[in-house]
Design a protein around this ligand. Structure first.
Ligand SMILES: [Fe+2]
Ligand SMILES: [Fe+2]
Length: 284
């Protein structure tokens, strides 16, 4: 069961056209890992919302129904803010419009071809991926250290809400008697699809930065992604947990990472939330 209420907080982060291109620690790799995710986000958030819509009115009134509505609210707020984020990237010379359009087309095609249950299973799997990335970003401060403050705030907000709603779609899937085989098939599919699209986005970004053929860049890239505390390496174990037959998203109980934020959000204005998110003073 999910923990607590899921509340949409449609914040605005004031990322400006003149923000530094390599806003994350002046490092193109750390910057473009996040940018590649941002380019994928609006189309993906739509895929996620459309997967739960067929069930929205079938869920009996109660906690799960409220949480599904909260999930829809949060994902649509994320989608809108990432569209704004991608417009800034476009103004800085990256072709985000074309990439977003092709993501949308791919996801629409996929959603049309699949059964409602399989579509839900893709969202379920992708929610696990976003939850483990969010855990890493909040837990290991190196990933947003020395980053531009508005970007920090946006990524923390997103990470907090992704952890907050990480079990909602899983609980919905269980309530419709979704089984292990379709759940795992969904993970294989989404790993291939999102992995491929993220790599494509990343290549586009570094191509535009004229880094594609720089050997020193690729050596650094291997270290940042696969080194001892590497971004991809740190995700492998939590990723594999999804394949356990009795897996539930809250088996990894990281509620402590967001508990104080939730308390603070409950009594704060949107403006105060953004200011605190920029400075990250509440994460344990
Ligand atoms: Fe999201
Ligand atoms: Fe999500």
């Amino acid at each position: 069961m999910s923990k607590g209420d899921i509340v949409a907080r449609p914040l605005r982060f004031g990322i400006k056209k003149d923000s530094p291109k390599h806003w994350n620690d002046n490092c193109p790799i750390k910057t473009h890992i996040f940018n590649a995710i941002a380019i994928l986000a609006p189309a993906f958030e739509r895929l996620a919302i459309s997967s739960v819509l067929p069930y929205k009115h079938k869920i009996p009134p109660g906690a799960l129904r409220d949480q599904v509505l909260g999930f829809i609210g949060q994902e649509s707020a994320h989608g809108s803010e990432f569209m704004r984020y991608n417009l800034i990237l476009k103004s800085q010379g990256y072709d985000t419009k074309r990439l977003e359009k092709s993501n949308l087309k791919n996801f629409k095609w996929v959603a049309k071809k699949l059964s409602a249950k399989m579509h839900l299973s893709l969202t379920l799997a992708a929610e696990h991926l976003t939850a483990i990335i969010s855990d890493l970003v909040l837990r290991d401060r190196q990933w947003l250290q020395n980053a531009a403050l508005p970007h920090c705030a946006l990524w923390r907000w997103h990470a907090i809400e992704e952890i907050e709603h990480k079990a909602v779609v899983f609980d919905l899937y269980e309530s419709i008697q979704g089984g292990y085989f379709v759940r795992i098939l969904g993970m294989w599919f989404i790993t291939g699809m999102l992995g491929g699209l993220l790599v494509r986005n990343f290549f586009h970004l570094i191509y535009k930065d004229k880094l594609l053929f720089k050997i020193s860049f690729w050596i650094r890239c291997v270290v940042v992604c696969w080194g001892k505390a590497g971004f991809v390496r740190k995700l492998i174990l939590p990723y594999l947990q999804y394949y356990l037959p009795r897996f539930h998203p809250w088996d990894q109980d990281n509620y402590g990472l967001i508990a104080q934020w939730k308390l603070f959000f409950a009594s704060s204005s949107f403006e105060d939330m953004v200011q605190k998110l920029e400075r990250d003073i509440l994460t344990n």
